[in-house]
Design a protein around this ligand. Sequence first.
Ligand code: NAG
Ligand code: NAG
Ligand code: NAG
Ligand code: NAG
Length: 836
Amino acid sequence: MGGEKFGFLIWVSSISCLICLCHGYVPVDNYLINCGSHTNATVTGRVFISDQLASSHLTSPNEILAASNRNSVSDIYQTARIFAGTSKYTFSVARGRHWVRLHFSPFQYQNFEMGSAQFSVSSQTHVLLNDFTAKSRVMKEYYLKVATGNLELTFTPSGNSFAFVNALEVVSVPDTLINGEPPFAGSPGKFQGLSWQALETVHRLNMGGPRVTPSNDTLSRTWEPDSEFLIEKNLVTSVSKIASVNYVPGYATEETAPRTVYGTCSEMNSGDNPASNFNVTWDFDVDVGFQYFLRFHFCDIVSSSLNQLYFNLFVDSMMVVENLDLSTYTFNVLAAAYSMDYVTGSAKQTGRIRVSLGRSYVHTNYPTAILNGLEIMKINNSKSQLSTGTFLPGGSSSSTTKKNVGMIVGAMVGSLLALVVFGGLFLLIKKRGRGGRDGHSKTWIPLSTAGVTSGSSSGTTITSAASNSSYRIPLAAVKEATNSFDESRVIGVGGFGKVYKGELHNGTKVAVKRANPKSQQGLAEFKTEIEMLSQFRHRHLVSLIGYCDESNEMILVYEYMENGTLKSHLYGSGLPSLSWKQRLEICIGSARGLHYLHTGDSKPVIHRDVKSANILLDEKLMAKVADFGLSKTGPDLDQTHVSTAVKGSFGYLDPEYFRRQQLTEKSDVYSFGVVMFEVLCARPVIDPTLPREMVNLAEWAMKWQKKGQLEQVIDQSLRGKIIPDSLRKFGETGEKCLADYGVDRPSMGDVLWNLEYALQLQEAVVDGDLEEDNSTNMIGELPLRFNDYNNQGDTSVNVAVARKGRYEEEEESSVDDLSGVSMSKVFSQLVKSEGR
Ligand SMILES: *[C@@H]1O[C@H](CO)[C@@H](O)[C@H](O)[C@H]1NC(C)=O
Ligand SMILES: *[C@@H]1O[C@H](CO)[C@@H](O)[C@H](O)[C@H]1NC(C)=O
Ligand SMILES: *[C@@H]1O[C@H](CO)[C@@H](O)[C@H](O)[C@H]1NC(C)=O
Ligand SMILES: *[C@@H]1O[C@H](CO)[C@@H](O)[C@H](O)[C@H]1NC(C)=O
């Protein structure tokens, strides 16, 4: 028996030697198809064969070969196959796991605008895509088990639409790549039956290293760099020691992840300072309603000997491994490749997975932590689906979402272009703002008109756990900033108290909201606001710089918002009116802020006081949502808050919230719908001076929307300037937000997406002239959805969008970086001034 085992071992090792010699795993099935093309295409050393040769695999009632002449894209993206009816590819394959990779890169061909095609794709056993729309280039990768010897991929157009695909791959993968019973991350128990699940790759990252392409991976996978997912990029350093990677038999192999992945890592940037104590955190967008498989790849390339690296691993803020010591896992081999699998506990309720690393609490000599690679894969749900059908770039189909960011956000860059165009106007506004500071008070920080009495509280010291003492500002610093609350600096007055414009020692402009010292009113709001704002940071939420609770004061210090409230730009203040594009961008920005709140961290947060006076505009008219005094982590039924909120936001209040007293995110959606009509019609939400049927804006606008004559009631200054399609989209979206029942209203993610779309429809025409010959240079890798000569108009539009998408991606990250930097600068200034 012993001999038999020994023989087996030798046999295994000679096989693996053979495998090494022939460059790793060789897939039994390897179908690579260049759809819609008459020629083979070679991409990173892999040959995608002409569709003609592959046509025996296809049964289709009505298919079209579509060719573009997009020279700047990879060969496989130059053509596509269009399916006007349900069509099926059938591949004869060995039983076992296969990668199915679907490549989409939409372009316009004759009447087919692929970017708006909607369709589903399924295998015999699983729904891979449901009512999917590929708005920009995206590759979908699945890890599917084939039990029958045939793999069928069925493309089904939704409704009157059509389906398309640019290239597809069906490639064998070792069954052992992902199997077993991984433990749940942060909760007891194990996930059973992984071997029957269909998985979809959501993210596959090479930490601290470059993109690894299929040619450098024996399983033809693509590994992306991790930096865009890091919350704070300056907390890590990238390490690369590819040559030192060891594959220990029985553990990870080159198939688990290639050397190029194990040989680089993102390391906690602690500078060997034993006092360093922070977490390195990555955030990933995922679809709600699914469980996710997580595979962590580790390889200690940073230590000089064993037992020098201990750290903690968290998923969604839960401890998953404490004092992780890689040396104990791998037979005491240093720099051994090792992978660890987990499955998220239950179907995700939020659209995010958060992974953090932190130093060990006990092994204090080595305050560092590493991660070399990470894979996140979606697990099919109990209905055997990997997509639930509500495809929305705002948060549904995640990998698409990610790729779509460029485009969605592209719409926002419109605002940057608009900035250039309207630059003069902005300067004008600014000047006016400065000059007339004393004249018309700019209420840039909203004051809750409704105070919340929170019982008796003698000391106003904030003791709540969530209040973060690093935000505390000495009273002396606040006084210095406001010239001892000089009356000439008052820029707003409300029930809560006064708001001053101030300037910190380092020149940062701030808004100082000071509660009336005589009253204890508003303490609850004060606390809530600190808790909320210190937890949430987002470019579309107004930032809290600090608070002061010395000497019974209740003072909040925020970033200063140069352009005041959205409301003041709509009516009643004499400010120049905003263009339609600017208004859309403001709506999009605030929708983004609310979407973040609703889908944020652990529990969704409901703002509860969404209104145009709580949307502030910075010097570039970028919108930020403010005033979290009434916010709640919901759903919740706090009666005391109910009544006060009613007072505060008359005209914006969700009727269902009245009826059922039940608070959900959909109440914010309703209020946001009111804001949308306010933006469109530029009039107060309640105006008692008007004839009866016009008093309530929501009712009045809905009446016209339902008649299909919304253009009758829009802001005079917008007449004739809104593209009808854009207006229609906007009106429909607003109407849905105002649905009587919360369930019928869209999520903020949907709203966001629809607004982006309305902006695109608007820009489509406005930017038509921007198309230039040199635009191709700027497009880079972004999908081009053009080159149909019959449709020059659309062509230029799509180019413009693609080009902007590129910019905005960069813009977005740099803005975030900058805001991080300036915040920490502010803090250090505060600390310094405290010391003086
Ligand atoms: C395309 O590739 C297939 C398979 O490798 C080969 O048989 C065929 O000759 C190639 N066709 C062309 C035109 O190169
Ligand atoms: C990919 O492989 C090629 C050779 O096959 C090599 O020259 C290149 O450095 C590799 N790239 C990475 C990122 O490892
Ligand atoms: C790191 O993250 C975990 C989980 O969210 C948290 O419990 C811990 O306090 C964090 N550590 C630091 C130093 O922030
Ligand atoms: C995924 O689909 C399979 C059927 O193919 C089913 O047996 C399994 O339970 C599904 N997974 C989950 C988590 O429901």
